[in-house]
Design a protein around this ligand. Sequence first.
Ligand SMILES: [Zn+2]
Ligand SMILES: [Zn+2]
Length: 375
Amino acid sequence: MNHKRDYYEVLGVGREASDTEIKSAYRRLAMQHHPDRNPDNQEEAGEKFKEITEAYSILADTQKRAAYDRYGHAGLSGSGSWSPDFSSTIFSDFEDIFGDLFGFGEVFGRGGRQRTRSAGGVDLRYDLAITLEEAAKGLETKIKIPRWEPCPICEGTGAKKGSKAITCPTCNGRGQLRQQQGFFTVMRTCPQCQGMGQVIKDLCATCRGEGRVNTERVLGLKIPPGVDDGTRLRVAGEGGVATRGSAPGDLYVILKIREHPCFERRGNDLYCTIPVSIAQASLGAEIQVPTLDGEERLHISEGAQSGQMFRLRGMGMPVLEGRGRGDLYVAIVVVIPTHLAREQKRWLEALAPHVRVENKPLSRQGGEKARDIFG
Ligand SMILES: [Zn+2]
Ligand SMILES: [Zn+2]
């Protein structure tokens, strides 16, 4: 086997390319190299087409792309022996990109199966931004989804009340016409019935025979406590219908957690930084710190150092679909006064001889430790 080419190189995009750039690069190349479009050179076009499709299937997937960026081909499961898995979302993605242009299933040997469009529904994606507090407590909300639903007048049949669809005479109800083109068997959508296998004589007036109508549906959505940025919630059966008579697809809600003004989240733990005065750090103090459940008292021990971390157990994020909560880590920074009044300066000068520090370099080991704390 040849040396595997870099996926970015295959698609001709830079490593910083956005999802949109990757998608449009793939679309352009796939159009160019699809075996259907290269009747004189199908075998080579087919290999090329598989290569760009493999590259796209990795780079279009955030997790796979991250693994690939970090470890190259070795970072992908099966260490490079990629096989197209079109049961996953990637296939509906292709159909998104190309519509009915090509019979993808056939190119990848998925023969014998009904076309995805007529068999299944359309999966929908909805991006929802919520606050960290909402992610911690869970949330019930309503979202508005534009989607195709079965036509309520003809109940999705597309036929006028009292009339019926008949079996398509061109394809005998199969919906597709098979054509052998060298290496590939190409399935073409039947032009008379558009792949439905049936033709309607008297169309339903509401949906013009499509069997579906485009509507905006308001759905209730329950978000469990503990979700994170990128958490994907699947709402089964709340996607769109693809054609008349098809079952609806699923709805995927992708969560984005808005940045919090003071908490940073790492897994289920939260981090925040609180300034303290020289006196508080030297003498110790009781201070109030914010948590997701309101203010809490925190004891700063005597002689606390700038950057020192204090832990509030169980004050972090709840574990998604589990028990318990992460912790809240509070780092203190000692604020050095900048504009001292004359009197304040005198007090510090009086104090100076009593708090002498040897001005010698810290051992590098100590330095490492300090960095760890700030980590
Ligand atoms: Zn209708
Ligand atoms: Zn037909």
